[in-house]
Design a protein around this ligand. Sequence first.
Ligand code: NDP
Length: 482
Amino acid sequence: MNPVTGESIASHAIASQADVNEAVAAAREVFPYWQAMGFKGRKKALLQWNSYLLENIDDLVEIVSLETGKPTSDATLEASLALSHLGWAARNAEEIMRTSYRSPGALMANMSATVERSPVGVVGVIGPWNYPVFTPMGSISYALAAGNTVVFKPSEYTPAVGKFLADSFLEATGLMGVFTCVTGLGETGKFLCESGVDKLAFTGSTATAKRVAATCALSMTPVVLECGGKDPVIVDRDADLKKAADAAIWSAMSNAGQTCIGAERVYVHHDVADKFIEHCLRIASAIKPGAPGVGNYGPATMPKQLAIIEGHIKDAIARGGKVLLGGIESVHAPYVDPVIIADVPEDSTAITEETFGPTLVINRVATMEEAVALTNASRYGLGASVWSKRNGKKIARSLHCGMVSINSVIAFAAIASVPFGGVKDSGYGRIHGPEGILEFTYARSVVRTRFHLPIAFTSFKRTAGNDKLIVRLNKILKGRLG
Ligand code: NDP
């Protein structure tokens, strides 16, 4: 459905449990062939796919823009960033999964010790609609590069994007079953959780993540959960205020505020708050929502989100927040105009819950310690942005979250070599970077006897003298036996 016009664009199947199981069985069948291609073969196939997507990026962008309502320039940036991750994962998987050699320790000096990395098998990926290429590709690219096969269930709001990705993989590589897509509603996602996949990578809301984790727990299926956030922008007294305001407004309002790592609240030092707010108001008053090609950002892709956004604005106002830009009337389906509210009490839903709209709360703090404490009080811990010339690293280190950008916003998502993910209600596990490759592997320890010792510790022939020797050695080495 086109969220701008409400018109239907195309019809897609609702995959049944049997359909999902069939896709997973096909992925399992082809897994040994994908494995046998080795790192070099997989790298070649993934780079072929990357080139194909780059050549056909306009088609992909058009579908993203149609299904989400976002400007084509935003969809282009999203697709380009996703492809940079695909290229990085394809090129680096071999090095990251290389067998590592470990010290066997003093007691086991006669052994060699190695750790091998193997792909888990078939990975199920469930994705959201807000960045329907970038977000699931963070799991799909890294899982495939690690040698897994993948079955993907896109959001019901962006099924054509999911199908485009899977069809393009087949078209570019000619490999059947390695990466496929099953479309459907939430229940299709549940079927994927129940299908016996070897790992499930979920990106979406915290509420659904809990359901996914509970379903997967029944079959001991491990999960990666990339969930919501309430990301802060922290602005210190010595920050470049113009740049901080520009970045904060873009982070909060672009993509209609539907960004998991987008700014939702600002903690600005009291001494510079008025100046910072002045910059924010100037920038935000000049932007407006609209259809692709018309607005700076699009509609709320999911109509039911409008009531949540309105609820948070109402709650902030009812608790004494000062509306600086827009207000309740800014919510007019399918769009929401920019809203800025200051001095909102910390127990307002506008602070405690993910709003996912083009709204920003700006609260003043007396010190950066206060900003850190308020940031860490949230049940979420996804990303953060810190603006300070001198104290950026110090503030960043104090934050209980998965990712921090100093004097920038969202930059960590565009750097393929660093992991992406959160803590607390924002989820667990990591995509992107070496950690994102290793997430879709398991470690296998392989130790080998290089020569036999005269004392057999792992034998019924072990004597009381041998036991004494172990204790004595342990004392001499002060516990460094292992
Ligand atoms: P949802 O949680 O509503 O849905 C996510 C996916 O889960 C969809 O494909 C959905 O299918 C599917 N699903 C729904 N119910 C079930 C179920 N019982 N079992 C298995 N799968 C199910 O999230 P949204 O799509 O609304 O995405 C927005 C959320 O995603 C926000 O909270 C945002 O912060 C978060 N997000 C997090 C990111 C991160 O990396 N941390 C990145 C991007 C977004 P269907 O759509 O068909 O219902």
